[in-house]
Design a protein around this ligand. Structure first.
Ligand SMILES: Cc1cc2nc3c(=O)[nH]c(=O)nc-3n(C[C@H](O)[C@H](O)[C@H](O)COP(=O)(O)O)c2cc1C
Length: 170
């Protein structure tokens, strides 16, 4: 899908998407979602910081260089983090809740005519990204979401039929 690189995504719309994300189910009401937005030159700042972390991690120079500009592909990048819980179980549940919230965000973005793309935080860059975003130490970066106004659409790939196991009574 192509996006209009010049047309900004209004910050109020991004705030609405974040608000909707928080309707995801959340065990124990820990409110684990953390959001940060990079637009304009902040996207290059984010890319350079991630690239430095990748370089320190021993990634190949071509991969590191590509990262410096990759967040310029859409006018807005929304970083979504998941706060650490008070136990490994709770941290896992927080991450599940944040992932569910991201999916709500993507569906709402699509409904508004935005193209979106969920990408992972590159290996070794989690803490750098959390720091730039002002998230608490220990926050897991669940996704860096690319957002832009779609200028074309593509046929989504067909999904395989789901495997649904019906559990026997005994
Ligand atoms: C947690 C998560 C992390 C992902 N990280 C990446 C990524 O770093 N790079 C990438 O190319 N796709 C990544 N994807 C996949 C894309 O978001 C997307 O699902 C994929 O391009 C297929 O698109 P489609 O489902 O519309 O066919 C990730 C998906 C999830 C759920």
């Amino acid at each position: 899908m192509l996006v209009d690189k010049e047309r900004p995504v209004p910050i109020d719309l991004i705030r609405d998407l974040c608000d909707l994300a928080q309707w995801a189910p959340n065990h124990k009401r820990t409110w684990p979602w953390r959001f940060a937005v990079a637009e304009g030159p902040a996207r290059a700042r984010l890319g350079n910081a991630v690239a430095e972390a990748m370089q320190a991690n021993g990634d190949p120079p071509e991969k590191v260089d590509k990262t410096r500009t990759k967040y310029l592909r859409t006018p807005a990048i929304v970083v979504v983090g998941s706060a650490a819980g008070d136990s490994p179980q709770r941290s896992g549940e927080n991450r599940d809740s944040v992932a569910a919230g991201i999916e709500i965000m993507l569906l709402a973005a699509t409904a508004h005519g935005l193209a979106s793309y969920w990408s992972s935080c590159p290996k070794g860059a989690n803490d750098t990204v959390a720091d730039i975003c002002g998230f608490e130490p220990g926050t897991h970066i669940t996704g860096l979401i690319y957002l832009g106004w779609a200028t074309s659409s593509i046929e989504p790939p067909r999904r395989p039929a789901p495997h649904v196991h019906v559990i026997a009574a005994d």
